[in-house]
Every structure is written in structure tokens, then in C-alpha cells.
Write a protein that binds this ligand. Structure first.
Ligand SMILES: [Zn+2]
Length: 218
């Protein structure tokens, strides 16, 4: 029965298939019915009874949850930044810090979450303040690894604004480290990507890092 069931949708036809490259947006939207069925299968296979009252609606809830938590695959990057790029005569650092994000680790599909800090040096173009958190969200709402997410945010901003420098620091607490395995207490991970001016200019980098660190004083 399981083979028969699986045969109606091969792996490559699924939404987040192996063919999805970094930064590439799959065209197919989530197949809610199939996800529901898969969640039912998981419930059965961990020894649960999907017919009991508390679990009856769980497959449907989980499918809708995945639709939401992986919405970043379907966000239109062009639309997201549309009409929000402005020409300015300003070439100092722009910093947006303490952006809350929630993502799912691609190894366990468990949450990791924390704060993102973003800075860039404009070269004639800036982006609306509210768009930076939206960019972070677009990359967070996918199956991710923190290092990759950090790079994707930085590269996207660099490319979009043609900025002379971009710095991104992500702090993340990983549920897969906290709930399972050795249950490491030290599960907070910091990742960073420095591009252009931030990579080559130590003082600038330092200024940004100090700016983030001043968090604890507010
Ligand atoms: Zn994990």
C-alpha cells in the first residue's frame, strides 16, 4: 500500500525537491493534500492513532503550517522590493538591527530562530526600511541552514542595491541542538557575511560589530 501511495507523486515532482538550487524559487506551490497524507503516515508510523480526537485535524494543521513556514520559496523578490528603492546622496553606513526571524533547519525540520543584523553602504541607492526585515523573512521561511541564510541575505542586498559594502550577522538558537542528541546548552550560533567595504575595511567592520553589541546597553 505504501508503495502504491508513493508512486502517485515521485520525489522530483514534490515542491521542495532535490532539484531546488540555492536561491532558486520552485514554481509548484505546496500540495496540501499530499502533505496531509504524509503527516497521517508519520502519525501511524510513530505508533499514534490519527483517528483519535486530538489528532483528527493535525495533518491538516501541519500542512497549513508548512505552507506558511515555507512561504519564502514563493515570495516574488521583484515585487518585494518594488517601488522601495530610492536614489540618495548618502554613502554612510545604514544599519537595521534586531530583526527577529524564525526558520526551519533543513536537517531536522526543527525551528531555529534569533536575530538578524544587517548593514550596508549605499552607492546612490537605498531601500525602504521595512524591506530589510521582509528580505530576511523571505530567506527564513524555507528549509535552511543558518550559514546559507546569512549568505543569501547579504548577496541579495548587495546585488539589489549594488551597495559598496554589505554586512549580515545572524544569531540563532537551534531546537535540534536543544531538544535532541547531546542536548547541548550552547546552541546559540553566530554566523556572518561581510562583503565589499566590510570585508576590506577593518574599522568599518568594527563599527558595525560595536553597533550590534550596543544592544545589551539599550
Ligand atoms: Zn537541525
Amino acid at each position: 500500500m505504501r508503495n502504491g501511495k508513493n508512486s502517485k507523486m515521485s520525489y522530483n515532482e514534490t515542491l521542495v525537491g532535490a532539484k531546488t538550487e540555492v536561491g532558486q524559487v520552485p514554481e509548484v506551490q505546496i500540495n496540501q493534500a499530499n502533505v496531509e497524507e504524509s503527516v497521517r503516515d508519520i502519525l501511524i508510523n510513530i505508533g499514534e492513532n490519527p483517528e483519535r480526537e486530538g489528532l483528527l485535524k493535525t495533518p491538516n494543521r501541519v500542512a497549513r503550517m508548512f505552507d506558511e513556514l515555507t512561504a519564502g520559496y514563493h515570495m516574488d523578490a521583484e515585487k518585494l522590493i518594488n517601488n522601495a528603492i530610492f536614489s540618495v546622496d548618502y554613502d554612510e553606513m545604514v544599519v537595521v538591527k534586531d530583526i527577529e526571524y524564525y526558520s526551519l533547519c533543513e536537517h531536522h525540520m526543527l525551528p531555529f530562530f534569533g536575530k538578524a543584523h544587517v548593514a550596508y553602504i549605499p552607492d546612490g541607492k537605498v531601500i525602504g526600511l521595512s524591506k530589510i526585515p521582509r528580505i530576511v523573512e523571505m530567506f527564513a521561511r524555507r528549509l535552511q541552514i543558518q550559514e546559507q541564510m546569512t549568505s543569501q541575505i547579504a548577496d541579495f542586498i548587495k546585488e539589489t542595491l549594488n551597495a559598496t559594502g554589505v554586512a549580515v550577522v545572524l544569531e540563532g538558537s537551534h531546537m535540534c541542538g536543544m531538544m535532541r542528541g547531546v542536548r547541548s546548552q550552547n546552541t546559540k550560533m553566530t554566523t556572518r557575511r561581510m562583503l565589499g567595504d566590510f570585508k576590506h575595511n577593518k574599522d568599518l567592520r568594527q563599527e558595525f560589530i560595536e553597533h550590534i553589541a550596543s544592544n545589551s546597553l539599550d
